[in-house]
Design a protein around this ligand. Structure first.
Ligand SMILES: [Zn+2]
Length: 225
């Protein structure tokens, strides 16, 4: 087998992998919270791949890639519409159990939690396998209390990130809580990421702690309880 044939076989293999990966990449990038950087990377990589396929062929891959791209885009739009209207209802205890189990994972771990202004909680865990989803909590639990409770249980009761989180809420600035550690022996690091598209704070009128912080008519400096 000559070098050209080997390179051709490798490229065909890469094309097949791209067809399998593309729908998953769409799902991961467009699952809330959507990050513009992720969307940009997906657009550039998919565009370059399509361009080089148009240049070198084979024709079947160009057709398959376009079909894959179209199906992924339509599926994503439908998923976003349905997900926005109806995130699955999950019992708070069950979701808490899921998050805390993920936090006990031995290897490097990253856990993301955010209260969306749609009334859903966005959850991301990277290990033992990547999961990203949004859920509506059953009952009348305060979503901000739920997020803070997860942070305290993972980092410790006196986690300063909780006060910082409330400060931002008081400023009308919703944040994405990201907990990371390199290994089960390492310390947790907490980052409160700013997601421009999700800055709007969901009012929590029934919560004695977060109700005043998230009131729509709130003015002046936050009163951290
Ligand atoms: Zn609350």
């Amino acid at each position: 087998m000559n070098v050209g044939a080997v390179v051709g076989a490798v490229l065909v293999g890469a094309d097949v992998v791209a067809l399998v990966v593309l729908p998953r990449a769409f799902r991961a990038v467009f699952s809330p919270p959507v990050r513009l950087a992720g969307v940009g990377v997906l657009v550039v990589v998919a565009g370059l791949w399509l361009w080089q396929a148009l240049v070198r062929g084979p024709d079947w891959f160009v057709v398959a890639f376009c079909v894959d791209l179209g199906v992924s885009a339509v599926y994503t739009v439908l998923a976003l519409l349905v997900g926005r209207l109806r995130a699955p209802v999950v019992e708070p205890l069950r979701l808490s159990h899921f998050v805390q189990e993920a936090a006990r994972f031995d290897g490097p771990q990253s856990i993301g939690l955010m209260v969306g202004h749609t009334g859903a909680v966005f959850v991301v865990v990277t290990r033992p396998r990547f999961r990203q989803f949004s859920a509506t909590l059953g009952g009348s639990v305060c979503l901000f209390c739920f997020v803070e409770d997860q942070v305290r249980r993972i980092v410790g009761e006196d986690a300063p990130a909780v006060a910082e989180y409330r400060f931002h809420l008081g400023e009308g600035d919703n944040r994405h809580v990201i907990l990371k550690r390199e290994s089960s022996d390492g310390p947790w690091r907490v980052r409160l990421a700013d997601r421009k598209a999700y800055r709007r704070v969901l009012p929590a009128p029934t919560c004695p702690v977060h109700g005043p912080l998230t009131a729509l008519d709130r003015h002046g400096p936050p009163a951290v309880p």
